[in-house]
Design a protein around this ligand. Structure first.
Ligand code: GLV
Length: 330
């Protein structure tokens, strides 16, 4: 009997992903909640036909060269800035991601952060925990109104659109900027396009929904932070490096903007001596926007199905570089 293809899974993931893969392949798992050490990853890749990867692993050309049999990298994430896609395409490796299945969960979480920062939920929690709650206070922990405010979306892909949809319930005006104008969505979502600087100038809440690319690195820098309102709240559920974090620290410290809520930082995890951690007006959580039970199951299952498809000569559901699969089919 021919040997089964080998698939390496770089972390403990929801069981459904492993179960699906085990029906077809010889599956090896880095059975831990910690990042797989680089040397172990490189050793495992020597024999791997497919890898189910996470955004914490860097897949560059040299990493792929350590994997002579590799045909597919299925990222269990919608973002794939951890993978050099051009290098994969050159080597005939299909790269897949997990769009769609996490859209609503991530949009819900952008709203969770927006509201928590606007209404100082975590500061309030700490206040109670620290035994400071003595009486109702007319001036205690005042925040920013969300209803009838202006929401500025930077990036109007799937997640940005889902965030816009939710704004209706708060009677908000929604402005968006995207490199590609989406007149179709402007109509259906009841939102307005504006140039980036105008969105930053007019929005009370700014939520980032762009992928990390050379063009979006430090998109939010000192100069653009200065354009924002002094009362503005910045929400980042995209990627840490989209924001110049040092500039953000200075802006929050100096009252250039009012607050920020970050699901992502640069680097991750944020070092414990980072000055942002000392600011009450900066809420930071550990990259959990897609972390619901159902969505993480769906992401694991989709990543597994992508591997099964590629290794059995079928078209994967969500390839990032479909040209590799097309080329192989000819
Ligand atoms: C998470 O950040 C993802 O890209 O899915």
């Amino acid at each position: 009997m021919p040997e089964k293809p080998r698939v390496y899974v770089t972390r403990r993931i929801p069981e459904i992903g492993i179960t699906l893969l085990r029906e077809h392949f010889d599956v090896r798992v880095w059975d831990s909640d910690d990042v797989v050490p680089r040397e172990i990853l490189l050793e495992e890749l020597k024999e791997a036909d497919g890898v189910l990867a996470l955004l914490t692993e860097r897949f560059d050309g040299p990493t792929m060269d350590a994997a002579p049999k590799l045909k597919v990298i299925a990222n269990m994430a919608v973002g794939f800035d951890n993978i050099d896609v051009a290098a994969a395409t050159e080597r005939g490796i299909v790269v897949c991601n997990t769009p769609g299945v996490l859209t609503d969960t991530t949009a819900d979480f952008a709203w969770t952060l927006l509201m928590a920062a606007a209404r100082r939920v975590v500061e309030g929690y700490k206040y109670v925990q620290e035994g400071k709650w003595k009486t109702w206070g007319p001036l205690l922990l005042l925040g920013q109104d969300v209803h009838h405010a202006t929401l500025g979306l930077i990036g109007l892909g799937r997640i940005g659109s889902a965030v816009a949809q939710r704004a209706k319930g708060f009677s908000m005006r929604v402005l968006y900027y995207d490199a590609i104008r989406r007149q179709d969505l402007e109509q259906s979502l009841g939102i307005e396009y504006a140039p980036l600087e105008q969105v930053l100038r007019e929005a009370d809440f700014i939520s980032l929904h762009v992928p990390l690319t050379p063009e979006t690195r430090h998109l939010i820098n000192a100069e653009r932070l200065r354009i924002m309102k002094k009362t503005a709240v910045l929400v980042n559920t995209a990627r840490g490096p989209v924001v110049d974090q040092k500039a953000l620290y200075e802006a929050l410290r100096d009252g250039v903007i009012w607050a920020a809520a970050l699901d992502v930082t640069d680097p991750e995890p944020i070092p414990m001596d980072d000055p942002l951690l000392k600011l009450d007006n900066c809420l930071i959580v550990p990259h959990i926007a897609s972390a619901s039970f159902k969505t993480r199951d769906a992401m694991a299952a989709l990543a597994a199905r992508n591997i099964i498809a590629v290794l059995s000569g079928q078209q994967p559901e969500t390839p990032v570089n479909p040209e590799v699969w097309e080329r192989r089919r000819k």
